[in-house]
Design a protein around this ligand. Structure first.
Ligand code: HBI
Ligand code: FE
Length: 289
């Protein structure tokens, strides 16, 4: 999500760090039912698609289908497991605020939930995208360390003008990342696991490329915010992702200075290619010139 368009002042009623009370008791039955509908659709589909840490996280936090979770309740176990907690925010927060929360192991989750008409897609992260999509992975100690390291890196990147590169890293991992497993490719990206259609497209469709994760490659690659990704990046393990984030980014940024972006959907010579897509999905949607 792009936090650069949010105003710098928190909205009325929000704290200085943009957090608000979740006010769990105020959710209506209809809102709880939207969560249950989304949850039941997704959890069945994800049994052999989501990675094991994600499925274990759903169990550990007891994120079952009985309505919108109470953050105070899931935070007890989440804190015990990895020191993370979920904090409610009104919606997108400025990048600097977002990274500061991540660096302190606080995941900002939208309080609102989409309407029944928006079941399949919405632009802004709601509580289903954030809590069902992002939070289960935060029960995994390695991924939890990655997200905190990412927050620290984001704060540094802001000061050095490398936000675009860091946003791409987030997008191609935290939002749309795939990983290898003994049973084949598995999903860990929140944007995918919270989307019924993309949970299928990302793994099964012949259209998208599936490329080996490489930090510089990912930072050179723009992403789609309005449609499926034309390429997904595959990590060998969460340990590899964490190791990549713990290195000094200064030489990475220096290397990027001399390199152009790689147009979305393109494959270059150095790419490790797990699957070379035929791009039929995106070619069929290219607006006629
Ligand atoms: N705010 N609430 C919220 N959720 C996000 O995912 C988010 C954000 N602000 C900024 C932001 N994401 C992006 O700039 C980062 O993904 C890079
Ligand atoms: Fe997200």
């Amino acid at each position: 999500m792009d936090g650069s368009k949010t105003p710098l002042e928190p909205p009325p009623g929000a704290n200085a760090d943009w957090t608000i009370d979740q006010g769990w008791a105020a959710y209506s039955r209809a809102e709880h039912e939207v969560w249950t509908t989304l949850y039941e659709r997704q959890v069945a589909l994800l049994q052999d698609r989501a990675c094991t840490p994600f499925l274990r996280g759903l169990e550990a936090l007891d994120l079952h289908g009985e309505g919108i979770p109470d953050f105070d309740k899931i935070n007890v176990e989440l804190m015990r497991l990895t020191g993370w907690q979920v904090v409610a925010v009104p919606g997108l927060v400025p990048d600097a605020v977002f990274f500061e929360h991540l660096a302190h192991r606080r995941f900002p989750a939208g309080r609102f939930i989409r309407t029944r008409e928006q079941l399949d897609y919405l632009q802004e992260p709601d509580v289903f995208h954030d809590v069902f999509g992002h939070v289960p992975m935060l029960t995994d100690p390695v991924f939890a360390d990655y997200m905190a390291a990412y927050g620290r890196g984001g704060m540094r990147a802001l000061s050095k003008g490398h936000l675009t590169h860091l946003a791409r890293l987030y997008w191609h991992t935290v939002e749309f990342g795939l990983m290898r497993s003994d049973a084949g490719l598995r999903i860990y990206g929140a944007g995918i696991v919270s989307s019924r259609a993309e949970s299928v497209f990302s793994l099964d469709d012949p259209s998208p490329h599936r490329l080996d994760f490489d930090l510089v490659r990912v930072m050179r690659t723009p992403y789609r915010i309005d449609d499926f990704q034309p390429a997904y990046f595959v990590i060998p393990s969460l340990e590899d992702l964490l190791a990549a984030s713990l290195q000094d980014f200064a030489p990475i940024y220096a290397e990027l200075e001399g390199l152009d972006d790689i147009p979305i959907g393109e494959v270059i010579g150095e790419d490790g290619v797990a699957h070379l897509g035929d791009q039929t999905y995106h070619l069929a949607r290219t607006s006629p010139q």
